[in-house]
Design a protein around this ligand. Structure first.
Ligand code: FAD
Length: 400
């Protein structure tokens, strides 16, 4: 039975482990963080294309059980005027639109799924070194423990060790100029936003929110900021963030300030990076996927979905190709053009999120956007973002 060590048990690692198990591989996941963290991250949008992969894993219902369906996004000006409505999924097909889930729920569903499929996940297991020889690949863990397999697969996210092992000259992620904050809130009497996320071009920062049927609000804010140190950012207490947000959003429309004021639990804060062009995704018996080789800013709502697409594509290539090198080549050939296009698209959205303070700039944006967005709900130009599908039951190395 062929064997794989998967470095990282975030989104793509467990999904890949499940597909590899189906393909007759013995996979094992090494995850640096401790087992469970219910406050991990805030929430994320799973797009139609990512949901399709979860469906093929039999996990769609488990995700939907706690997710908020959000097939459309309502855009508001800083004064609360509706600027337009855009689809969050294929145009004209609200049912198949995106779903917003807590990151901790997505992790739990994927990790439980992997464990049930017979893929062990070892926590507190940080890989510190990789080697590849003619007949095996080796991962080293703290304490000099070594594990061997036929291949090592880097699912280790934006700070990937695997990426730099594959190519020590690999580009580093670039900071987008935005810090992402997220939290949960219960505002007394607030109305739910069924099928919808609301985006607000706030006076000093971009803000997004939704309210579930049970009244729990999910909110995020994007602050324009010089690049912060990640550890220092993580050490900022929730109370300080809330005070800063209250100030930044003091002129913004209902319920922006209220959501901030009624936040429950911790505020998550992340510098937002992008990683557009990584030239080498594999070397010898080692390959990387997901954010490790193509991180997109959250603005397209596609990072996790692209990672899930990677998982099914790489596993199918390993299932059907005669050897790992042919499989890795096929995987990169199939994935690179799509992911690079979407990373570019997310960058364009980021530019729109950077706050303009000029009154003229705001007036022009608020006058022009309704015209641009007037027919957005019937605009099919982005449909190929969502229609992408790799069929697990098809045979042969995927060719795109
Ligand atoms: C603020 C923010 C909001 C976002 N919102 C969205 C959204 O709405 N929709 C969306 O699709 N995407 C969103 N994303 C992007 C999304 O989170 C990523 O694209 C997705 O998590 C990528 O999955 P991954 O498995 O490749 O990496 P990750 O989820 O980052 O997982 C990597 C895992 O590897 C582990 N690891 C790292 N190094 C090692 C090591 N040396 N040894 C062992 N384990 C290791 C880490 O602990 C982690 O668990 C957002 C990102 C941010 C920062």
């Amino acid at each position: 039975m062929p064997t794989a060590l998967i470095v990282g048990g975030g989104v793509v690692g467990p999904a890949l482990g499940m597909f590899l198990a189906r393909a007759g591989w013995q996979a094992r996941i090494l995850e640096a963080s401790p087992a469970r963290n219910a406050d991990e991250g805030a929430f994320l949008n799973l797009a139609t294309n990512g949901l399709d992969v979860l469906d093929q894993l039999g996990l769609r219902d488990a995700i939907l059980a706690e997710g908020h369906r959000a097939g459309r996004m309502v855009m508001l000006s800083g004064r609360g005027r509706e600027l337009g409505v855009v689809p969050n999924g294929p145009a004209g097909d609200l049912e198949r639109g995106g779903v917003v889930v807590r990151r901790s729920h997505l992790h739990a569903v994927l990790r439980d799924g992997a464990a049930k499929a017979g893929v062990p996940i070892e926590y507190d297991a940080r890989v510190t070194g990789i080697r590849s020889s003619r007949d095996a690949a080796t991962a080293t863990l703290a304490g000099s423990r070594e594990l061997r397999a036929d291949v090592v697969i880097g699912a280790d996210g934006i700070g990937s060790l695997t990426r730099t092992w594959i190519d020590p000259g690999a580009p580093a992620p670039t900071y987008t100029g935005l810090v992402g904050l997220g939290g949960f809130a219960r505002v007394p009497g607030i109305a739910p936003t069924p099928e919808t996320q609301v985006m607000v071009f706030g006076a000093r920062a971009f803000f997004g929110y939704l309210v579930r049927d049970d009244g729990l609000g999910y909110w995020f804010a994007n602050l324009t900021s010089p690049e912060p140190d990640r550890r220092a950012l993580g050490a900022i207490p929730t109370a300080s963030w809330l005070a800063r947000l209250a100030e930044l959003h003091r002129d913004d429309p209902f319920p922006v300030r209220e959501l901030v004021a009624h936040t429950v639990g911790a505020v998550s804060a992340y510098p937002i990076h992008a990683l557009p062009n990584v030239p080498h995704w594999h070397r010898d018996r080692v390959v990387a996927l997901g954010d490790a080789v193509h991180a997109t800013s959250p603005s397209a709502g596609q990072g996790a979905s692209l990672a899930l697409e990677d998982a099914i594509t790489l596993a199918r290539a390993l299932r059907d190709a005669p050897d790992h090198t042919t499989a890795f080549d096929a995987f990169v050939r199939m994935r690179r053009p799509r992911v690079e296009r979407i990373v570019g698209y997310a960058r364009a959205v980021d530019r729109n999120k950077r706050v303009t303070r000029s009154r003229v700039g705001i007036a022009i944006r608020d006058a022009m956007l309704p015209r641009f967005l007037a027919r957005a709900m019937d605009d099919h130009r982005n449909d190929d973002l969502y229609a992408y599908r790799v069929d697990w039951n098809a045979e042969g190395v995927p060719v795109g």
